[in-house]
Write a protein that binds this ligand. Structure first.
Ligand SMILES: Cc1cc2nc3c(=O)[nH]c(=O)nc-3n(C[C@H](O)[C@H](O)[C@H](O)COP(=O)(O)OP(=O)(O)OC[C@H]3O[C@@H](n4cnc5c(N)ncnc54)[C@H](O)[C@@H]3O)c2cc1C
Length: 149
């Protein structure tokens, strides 16, 4: 599978080492369908390619969202990509979560660190959103403490 050329629409810093960026599909393309829990291979040209989970909504495939922690060469290059720049995308890969089976049932999602960003793309009720927000605040706080230590 050849990488499709996606353009960075916007980026947002989440913590000192973690950022979220939104990608637009190539001109005229509708993007591709994906399920919660799947990941893409993101390619920073001239540097390399890494697996990154999709944290956007499957209901909005034209807007591909990824949250990345800057830990090495490729994630650093991705973190420096500016709006308008192009990154390669291959995907989606991996088995999606069986969301349809959970419809009508009680759902508890336990996630930590970057895994939390995936919880946002589930069709969630208020209780799930509150739990996720608390966990996110904890994760961000811990990162800040680590950075200042
Ligand atoms: C299915 C899947 C989904 C993922 N989803 C996400 C996601 O949503 N967001 C996200 O941020 N990450 C995600 N990851 C993890 C991400 O792919 C890795 O962090 C990736 O390796 C980053 O590549 P890099 O080139 O930036 O860092 P790398 O250079 O690969 O470094 C990765 C780690 O290895 C260490 N390292 C590198 N070289 C050395 C060395 N010579 N000696 C000792 N240690 C070294 C680095 O310090 C760092 O901790 C996912 C991984 C998988 C498998």
């Amino acid at each position: 599978m050849v990488p499709a050329l996606y353009r960075v629409r916007r980026t947002r810093r989440e913590t000192y080492d973690t950022f979220t960026f939104e990608l637009d599909p190539p001109d005229g393309s509708r993007g591709f369908a994906f399920a919660p829990g799947q990941f893409n291979m993101l390619y920073a040209f001239g540097v390399g390619e890494v697996p990154i989970s999709i944290s956007g909504s499957p209901e909005r495939p034209k807007s591909l969202i990824h949250t990345v922690r800057n830990v090495g060469a490729v994630s650093r290059a991705l973190s420096q990509a500016k709006p308008g720049e192009v990154v390669g995308v291959r995907g989606p890969f991996g088995a999606g979560w069986p969301v349809a089976e959970a419809v009508g049932g009680d759902v508890v999602i336990v996630a930590g660190g970057l895994g939390l960003s995936l919880a946002w793309n589930l069709p969630a009720g208020p209780a799930v959103v509150v739990a996720a927000a608390v966990l996110f605040a904890l994760a961000a706080g811990l990162s800040a403490v680590r950075a200042s230590a």
